[in-house]
Design a protein around this ligand. Structure first.
Ligand code: UVW
Length: 312
């Protein structure tokens, strides 16, 4: 049954919960207790990166996504500091890229509906050609995004490498994944959901399907995340949420985005590469870990590229 969007939005709306001027949303759930729990997950000293490379050969097809891949240019090459002592040299570079071109956080200003974004900021007053006056990603960067991460490997739950494109993940599946993998989502956790979708790019080297219809969270999962007091959610697809014809044709397009980002104030982590983490969790049977994923503090930006790091 389709979600009653307006009823859900009203229940989940966190506006004012952490103050009239709050611009960090559900990241406020991460307090000393959540951080101590995260630190207690570190037992084997193993590091795993969940970030894609920021490369001109990245996952974007600009004609489809309107987002080019990063372009790196050497702005200074083989430069001499002092012509009198030319042995020491330096190299500098410039990168031109949408902040949304690969592994990224969506800031609380990334989407809005009915003219308002998180915490009631009027889009008409906040949005400028130089970014946003409120809910910029830099607010998520101080003191940063770090907490206990919990992997809900929905592809593995179903015994497949990749969920089919028409698979809309339900709250019941999130509960079944917690049970199967022996984890409980607690206040302040970052929920990491694996669909297997990004394997089309990372394993099969086919970027034509990266931005198509794809498996992801149904809008009802926003309610599940709210009830768990999760701090953030990330996935190995382009939008965290399920993308099918219905996502684009309902009265409020991309309903999970709107409920999570605009009403709850929850950052979404997209295009996380979860293959190595999935294998590691299956091997040691531990689906929780310390997750460090601070955004770049780009003032007023709608998102930030990241290299999320798991420490187990
Ligand atoms: C949009 O929602 C426009 O993009 P993304 O899936 O990158 O958040």
């Amino acid at each position: 049954m389709a979600i009653d969007f307006d009823k859900a939005a009203e229940r989940l709306r966190n506006w004012g919960r952490w103050g009239e001027d709050d611009q960090r949303g559900t990241i406020n759930h991460v307090g000393p207790e959540a951080l101590k729990r995260a630190a207690a997950e570190v037992v084997s000293g193993k590091l795993i990166s969940l970030g894609l490379e920021f490369s001109q050969d990245g996952p974007q097809i600009p004609e489809i996504t309107k987002r080019p891949n990063p372009q790196l240019l050497a702005s200074d090459l083989d430069q001499i500091f002092n012509p009198a002592n030319p042995r020491s040299r330096f190299n500098d570079d410039v990168i031109v890229m949408p902040l949304q071109s690969a592994t990224q956080w969506d800031a609380l200003s990334h989407v809005h509906y009915d003219g308002e974004m998180y915490n009631g900021c009027k889009a008409s007053e906040c949005l400028t050609a130089r970014g946003t006056k409120k809910n910029g990603v830099h607010h998520l960067g101080s003191p940063g995004i770090m907490s206990r991460g919990v992997l809900l490997d929905i592809a593995r739950l179903h015994g497949v490498d990749e969920l089919p494109a028409d698979h809309k993940i339900s709250p019941d599946e999130l509960n079944r994944a917690c049970e199967k993998f022996g984890v409980t989502v607690e206040a302040g956790d970052i929920v990491v959901v694996r669909t297997g979708h990004l394997r089309t790019f990372t394993v099969r080297k086919d970027k034509t399907k990266v931005a198509g219809f794809q498996a992801g969270l149904g809008a009802e999962c926003a309610e599940w995340l709210y009830d768990k007091s999760a701090a953030a959610v990330a996935a190995d697809n382009i939008a965290v949420e399920f993308l099918g014809m219905e996502s684009l044709t309902q009265e409020v397009v991309l309903p999970f985005h709107m409920l999570a980002i605009r009403d709850m104030g929850m950052p979404l982590g997209e295009l996380f590469d979860l293959e190595a983490l999935s294998q590691d969790c299956a091997a040691d049977g531990r689906y929780s870990f310390l997750l460090s994923a601070p955004p770049l503090k780009v003032t007023g930006a709608f998102g930030s590229p990241i290299n999320p790091i798991v420490l187990k």
